[in-house]
Design a protein around this ligand. Structure first.
Ligand code: ZN
Length: 345
């Protein structure tokens, strides 16, 4: 079985790769259809590590996937061969304290696709627990199914924010995750979402959605835009999605007194935070790490038409061209949102 393998930093290969192939009683075997390229896949490709996760041996990339069930373990009752599905890539220990608390995303034992030493899903078939495999409604395509994973982070951010109907939100950073957060915030009840970034092509894409305004901070003031939208009061919610040190240092300035900041973006290195700035407005601070228990909600929103992720798919490439796809993902960071790879069917 061929897979897209990160051999080492900067070196990808499309080659035969044997993955463990035992179908447990609660597992399903899935023929993968569409896999999105994530910023983390690209980061492993270009840097060979993220924080303390280091690629020390060849690893299959990819964790944003949809596909078709081809076989089910004996104990699987809610899925059957032929079902179109998407897969949640992080598998916790079901008996862990975190799992019992419903916060399995922060289970120290979680095994997450394409996070060393766990292999990802850029391979024609995967075996996955049925409990983390979700049926796609007929009106949700495989391409959209592969967008559920990044959208799930937006869902987690929206839930952590505890949005109230009519809230005004600011999103700093218009990368794919910032866009997902903006769309989830709107779906969650925000009346207006102001998205700020430096890359105009990305702002144009997200600004095309109703309810979303954009600010190019290269030549516009986000402070002024927030003041204009809120009569100088400040935004109810600030979603920090850039991970950039200056944005993190100034994030409190956009929030209203008593508002909240949701930290989604991940800085590469530790960054300074203005504690007094946060305290002086008594801001609530929330953090987001991946997601838990949001896939059903995410799929329901996509199926309802309330969230349309299709405009965020910049291109889809055949599996044979996936190395070129990764190189494009490195080069076109400011104009592409999501590149997807379609597996041979
Ligand atoms: Zn991802």
């Amino acid at each position: 079985m061929k897979a897209l393998v990160l051999e080492e930093k900067g070196k990808l290969a499309l080659r035969e790769f044997e993955l463990p192939a035992t179908l447990g009683p609660r597992d399903v075997r899935i023929k993968t259809h569409t896999v999105g390229i994530c910023g983390s896949d690209v980061h492993y490709y270009t840097h060979g590590k993220i924080g303390h996760f280091v690629v020390n041996e060849p690893m299959v990339l990819g964790h944003e996937a949809s596909g078709t069930v081809v076989a089910c373990g004996d104990a699987v009752t809610d899925l059957k061969p032929g079902d179109r599905v998407c897969m949640e890539p992080g598998i916790p220990d079901p008996d862990s304290r975190a799992s019992k608390l419903g916060i399995y995303n922060v289970d120290p034992a979680v095994r997450f696709w394409a996070t060393p030493p766990v292999h990802g899903c850029l391979t024609p078939e995967v075996i996955h627990p049925a409990a983390f495999t979700y049926k796609l409604p007929d009106n949700v395509s495989f391409a959209e199914g592969a967008m559920v994973e990044p959208f799930a982070i937006g869902m987690q951010a929206a839930l952590r924010a505890k949005i109230q109907p009519g809230d005004i939100a600011v999103v700093t950073g218009a990368g794919p995750i910032g866009m997902m957060v903006a769309l989830a915030a709107l779906a969650g009840g925000c009346a207006r979402v102001i998205v700020a970034d430096l890359a105009q092509p990305k702002l144009d894409i997200i600004g095309a959605y109703d309810g979303i305004e954009t600010v190019n901070i290269r030549h516009e003031s986000l402070t002024d835009a927030v003041a204009a939208a809120t009569d100088g009061w400040g935004a109810d919610l600030v979603f920090e999605c850039s991970g950039a040190a200056p944005a993190i240092l100034g994030m409190h300035e956009f929030a209203r007194p008593g508002g909240a900041i949701v930290l989604v973006g991940m800085p590469v290195d530790p960054v300074p935070v203005d504690i007094v700035g946060l305290q002086a407005r008594e801001l609530r601070l929330e953090t987001v790490f991946r997601y838990a228990n949001v896939y059903d909600r995410a799929i329901a929103l996509i199926a309802s038409g309330k969230v349309d992720l299709k405009p965020l798919i910049s291109a889809s490439l055949p599996f044979e061209d996936s190395i070129a796809g990764f190189d494009r993902a490195v080069e076109a960071r400011d104009s592409d949102v999501k590149l997807q790879i379609v597996m041979p069917q």
